[in-house]
Design a protein around this ligand. Structure first.
Ligand code: BEZ
Length: 199
């Protein structure tokens, strides 16, 4: 079954005629901004929580042994903190390919944390919903952490994704109980005598 969402994302042309747009990152985009951006600001979106419910068959796992990566799940009243990037529309093409495994562009209202102007903007985020073929959904935290601990894909160990995200969120001063609970459950790497510190 194909998980490739590239073609559907290309048909989403909302910002094609703009000079720039805001992209909200809540997962790897927070700690891995390997694309050109004009500006970045800490930001949040309303009504969403970050969850490790999306399967990764192409980056942090394989089709036989998928990893788990972050997506957003609707929760009324919740706030999800992340990083917003102002980018040129052309930057979305390579990101569509990088995130082709079930993620679709979603229009969002984002709010900046710094109190500066403008206080918010319309923008995009990448969302993997439960109807995509790679979606894994909820599971006990111990089971999710155990899966992340062993999964490995072309982009590296799944545990690195989680550890990097937990560290980046701590550095931003963001409390995310789901992410921190998973990071705390990762077994220490063999030969590591020090308690694992996700900071
Ligand atoms: C993010 O960091 O926001 C993200 C990155 C890739 C796919 C989906 C979301």
């Amino acid at each position: 079954m194909s998980h490739d969402t590239t073609a559907r994302n290309r048909r989403m042309t909302h910002f094609d005629d703009h000079d720039a747009l805001w992209l909200f990152g809540y997962g790897s985009l927070i700690w891995k901004a390997d694309f050109p951006f004009l500006e970045r600001r800490c930001a949040h979106v309303h009504g969403w929580v970050r969850r490790f419910w999306q399967g990764s068959h192409d980056h942090r796992g394989t089709p036989e042994a998928p990893g788990r990566v972050a997506t957003l799940v609707r929760e009324p009243g919740a706030i999800c903190h992340g990083m917003a990037y102002r980018i040129a529309p052309e930057v979305l093409g390579p990101l569509d390919i990088r995130e082709k495994n079930g993620y679709l562009r979603e229009l969002t209202r984002l709010h900046f944390d710094d109190g500066g102007q403008p206080a918010g903007a319309d923008g995009l985020l990448y969302l993997a919903t439960e109807d995509n073929a790679a979606f894994l959904g909820d599971a006990p935290l111990d089971a999710i952490a155990a899966q992340i601990a062993v999964a490995h894909g072309p982009s590296g160990p799944n545990r690195d994704y989680l550890v990097h995200l937990a560290r980046a969120l701590r550095e931003l001063g963001v409390d995310d109980p789901h992410v921190f609970a998973l990071a705390a459950r990762l077994p220490h790497p063999a030969g590591d005598d020090c308690p694992h510190d996700p900071k």
